[in-house]
Design a protein around this ligand. Structure first.
Ligand code: ZN
Length: 432
């Protein structure tokens, strides 16, 4: 099917085009952008979307989340990261069924479709449940079976990851597989070595938590004969494509290794604040030419998957703690949420901007609401005043997943009810 989006205000994030263009038509042919120009000739067979006065952007790329964790939304207040995992998350995660994780993942996918994310980089276990949710909802996802060996079980986890690779790598156009390592504090040297070998063998990205809080650095040194985290990275991660999530507690040497090895960062400011981890040094990452993309983390620590929140916190935090309002332009933050996410995932030729022959992932924004008007600076208006609810239409790979705020082929009430029942089952909480 061909879709023709008429007369939009286009923010393509494509460097070869102006940052904003008015009165543009976009023709989508099957799963790709075919033509992006003014006054494209209509054909009666096209599905027409009138986008007059609306803004079109590439869909957001959320580079760190745990989409099976929707049922843990707002379960963290009053806990440290380690206490929250030990007391609230891991005891329940051990009991979760495949169905529980499927329903939780469906809710997350719907949350992303309704708030403008078209690609997510997921980090969880039970990959078949996550895959079924991704296929059901039509979002684009890179996913994994996370490996670690703290507490045993390394071989089973690797067997599941290898099954995942052999069954699903390159099987679907909207599903990609990565090698997920939980973190250096939970994965020993033999474990990371095996994971890295696997990533190299199949040319897959590595997705890992890294230096989220001060305690983690101590735990890593205890796990690695008093070695510093950056030395472990330096000794083991050469010639890999890595996305490290959080990176709040980087030392000078970390910046050097990240630069040398082209390690990409998923900055998760909301989660870092909620868990009291600290604030990542984004200006120093950028000064060193390191790719910074944005992530929401799971709903347990990250509150929600709305990338507008993530963008707003990214800008406000850095300006505030550095006492410098000139830091991070809004356009730069938009890049972090779109094209930088594609670079982090090694997929900048496929997604991240609206460009002929790229995969047709886009969102349409209605900015007519009073809190967005009048528009002095469109990029700042989007980064600081827009909310997920301003996204009216979401298209992934040429498929309309939401049109005029209505989900296509999904029953939102049922999806919420399913997750509520799971939450009640494990916490014995009565419905509010
Ligand atoms: Zn995480």
């Amino acid at each position: 099917m061909k879709i023709l989006i008429k007369n939009c205000n286009l923010i393509s994030m494509d460097e070869s085009r102006p940052k904003i263009e008015y009165g543009i038509d976009i023709l989508i042919n099957e799963d790709k952008f075919e033509k992006i120009e003014k006054n494209i000739t209509q054909d009666s067979s096209y599905k027409i979307i009138d986008a007059t006065n609306k803004y079109v952007l590439p869909g957001f790329i959320n580079t760190h989340s745990h989409i099976g964790m929707a049922i843990f939304r707002e379960s963290v207040d009053g806990y440290t990261t380690q206490d929250w995992l030990n007391q609230k998350i891991w005891p329940i995660e051990d009991k979760l069924t495949k169905d529980d994780i499927y329903h939780s993942s469906v809710l997350s996918c719907v949350e992303m479709i309704k708030t403008g994310t078209t690609t997510v980089n997921d980090h969880y276990f039970s990959p078949n449940s996550v895959i079924n949710a991704v296929l059901k909802t039509g979002i684009r996802a890179e996913l994994t079976r996370v490996v670690m060996d703290a507490g045993g079980g390394m071989d089973e986890r690797f067997a599941e990851l290898e099954d995942l690779i052999s069954n699903y790598n390159k099987k679907y156009n909207n599903i990609y597989i990565s090698v997920g390592i939980h973190g250096l504090y939970t994965a020993s040297k033999p474990c990371i070595k095996k994971a890295i070998e696997l990533a190299k063998k199949y040319n897959l990205n590595i997705h890992m938590h890294y230096l989220e809080n001060s305690m983690e650095s101590i735990d890593i040194s205890n796990n690695y004969n008093s070695q510093k985290p950056y030395n472990i990275v330096k000794d083991n991660f050469k010639d890999t494509n890595c996305i490290f999530a959080h990176c709040v507690k980087l030392e000078n040497e970390d910046f050097e290794v990240f630069k040398d090895y082209n390690i990409k960062i998923s900055h998760c400011p909301v989660s870092n604040l909620k868990l009291g981890c600290g604030i990542a040094n984004i200006p120093k990452m950028l000064e060193n030419g390191i790719t910074v993309s944005l992530g929401s983390d799971g709903q347990g620590s990250g509150c929600n998957l709305d990338m507008f929140d993530t963008m707003k916190f990214t800008g406000l935090l850095q300006k505030g703690i550095n006492e410098n309002p000139k830091l991070l332009s809004s356009y730069e933050i938009l890049k972090m949420a779109t094209i930088n996410g594609a670079i982090a995932l090694n997929k900048e030729n496929l997604i991240g901007s609206i460009k002929e022959n790229k995969l047709a992932d886009l969102i349409i924004l209605d900015l007519s609401s009073v809190i967005l008007q009048p528009i002095n600076d469109i990029f700042s208006d989007i980064v600081y005043n827009c909310k997920g609810t301003n996204v009216i239409t979401t298209i992934v790979g040429g498929k309309i997943l939401m049109e005029d705020r209505t989900l296509i082929g999904l029953n939102e009430d049922e999806i919420i009810k399913n997750c509520e029942n799971i939450m009640i089952k494990y916490t014995n909480k009565k419905r509010a």
